[in-house]
Design a protein around this ligand. Structure first.
Ligand SMILES: Cc1cc2nc3c(=O)[nH]c(=O)nc-3n(C[C@H](O)[C@H](O)[C@H](O)COP(=O)(O)OP(=O)(O)OC[C@H]3O[C@@H](n4cnc5c(N)ncnc54)[C@H](O)[C@@H]3O)c2cc1C
Length: 386
């Protein structure tokens, strides 16, 4: 059958990863005890520059990159374990999140030697942050129809256009911009290029967009005749589509695709306590079983990416199943709270707050990083159905 083309070989965590996990947990406990990391009543991923610096000092940013670029030469599974622990604790890792997860991967794979030497060590040090510059007001799912363009001038390019939903661009120093450098011709994926753009460049405006949870997490970016030097073209001109789709495999398959509302599950389990009814135990068990299956699939992609492969379709499967799971989990938690008569204004106040925040966030889970309908198109193409 064609389905055999998809490959999910769940790896086993080597023994030493348990001690790394313990190290992260001990660090998080210390941070909590010192008040630097309050017990969260939200699922949001928040920004803390001091916390990012502490992770960098421990070697937990750029974990898998070569040492010559400031990395720590750890394995994908070591990085996976550290990320799981940070997500489970709802640690404030927003500042460096995108740069560490995906922008650096693009630079490592496609960037020039100068770019690798300039940007990667500063990302690993927790100093420089990136935002993906892909979506536009009229080009989200249909990304290849984007209109932001760059025109060649002496020594560089002049960029004109707008990007939207740029996560954390009010904190980041750079965006990895996807824009048109040549007319599309018959193939719309042709003529797109990727630039590293310094967000403090003259001509850039960053306007906040407040999300449903009332938080300032993303923005709209306006580029008015912004100069980008030649040295900031990532890899080859015209290779932008290939770079963007490779980047998306990193964005679509990590533990964050099934852990976004993990905090809610943890609070709910605690509130149900040892006296949980048999039906609540059944529901919780079913959620955990699904989560663990997703975890195995997502871990297998981490290993494939480490091997230099491009598991774009497998990543789309994890993104679709994982984000539908984490969305449904929020609804299931709400139902269980009601059915079990948990009083949210009493001792379980924190659970109520996490639920409120998770409900506001969960709507976007199946949109960000590529909408679920688009994921299904990618999967169908992989099966030869489209
Ligand atoms: C929290 C969050 C953070 C984000 N961060 C970033 C970021 O940092 N950088 C960035 O560049 N982008 C970012 N995005 C944008 C995100 O990638 C887009 O929202 C997403 O790709 C969908 O595009 P769109 O919003 O234009 O929706 P549209 O493309 O207009 O889609 C609207 C609806 O129509 C459906 N649809 C569209 N086309 C088809 C089709 N061919 N077949 C079936 N259904 C279809 C979609 O599935 C969706 O349900 C972020 C989004 C969110 C929610």
């Amino acid at each position: 059958m064609t389905a055999a083309r998809f490959e999910f070989t769940p790896p086993v965590f080597p023994g030493h990863i348990e001690s790394l996990r313990e190290e992260v947990r001990a660090f998080l406990a210390e941070e909590r005890a010192s008040g630097a990391l309050p017990r969260p009543n939200y699922v949001s991923m928040l920004v803390s520059l001091p916390f990012t610096k502490k992770l960098a000092e421990r070697g937990w940013i750029g974990m898998t990159w070569p040492a010559e670029y400031g990395g720590h030469e750890r394995t994908a599974l070591e990085r996976y374990a550290v990320t799981e622990e940070l997500l489970a604790a709802c640690a404030p890792i927003r500042a460096h999140w995108v740069a560490d997860r995906q922008s650096a991967a693009v630079l490592l794979r496609f960037g020039t030697e100068e770019q690798k030497r300039k940007y990667l060590p500063r990302i690993a040090a927790g100093d420089w942050f990136f935002t993906p510059g892909l979506s536009e007001p009229d080009a989200g799912s249909d990304l290849a129809s984007l209109r932001t363009s760059a025109t060649k001038v002496e020594g560089g390019w002049r960029v004109q256009g707008t990007k939207i939903w740029n996560s954390n661009s009010h904190v980041a120093q750079y965006t990895l911009l996807l824009c048109r450098t040549e007319p599309a011709g018959e193939d719309r994926h042709h003529g797109l290029s990727r630039f590293i753009v310094d967000l403090s460049s003259p001509g850039i405006q960053i306007r906040p967009i407040i999300n449903l949870a009332g938080e300032h997490d993303f923005n709209q970016l306006y580029f008015d005749d912004v100069f980008v030097p030649d040295e900031n073209v990532v890899g080859e001109l015209g290779n932008g589509w290939n770079q963007a789709t490779t980047e998306l495999a990193y964005e679509r398959s990590g533990p964050e695709r099934w852990m976004s509302s993990f905090r809610l599950l943890a609070e709910l389990t605690e509130a149900l306590g040892e006296d949980a009814s048999p039906s609540a135990c059944r529901e919780l068990g079913a959620l955990l079983a699904e989560m663990l299956a997703l975890r195995q699939m997502s871990m297998s992609i981490a290993v494939m990416l480490e091997q230099g492969r491009a598991p774009n379709q497998e990543a789309a499967i994890v993104k679709d199943l994982g984000t539908c799971f984490e969305q449904a989990m929020v609804a299931k938690a709400r139902d269980l709270i009601h059915e079990e008569g948990i009083e949210l204004h009493g001792g379980a106040r924190r659970l109520g707050e996490v639920l409120d925040n998770a409900q506001a966030w969960s709507i976007c889970y199946t949109i960000r990083g590529g909408a679920k309908e688009i994921m299904r198109g990618v999967i169908a193409r992989g099966l030869g159905l489209r």
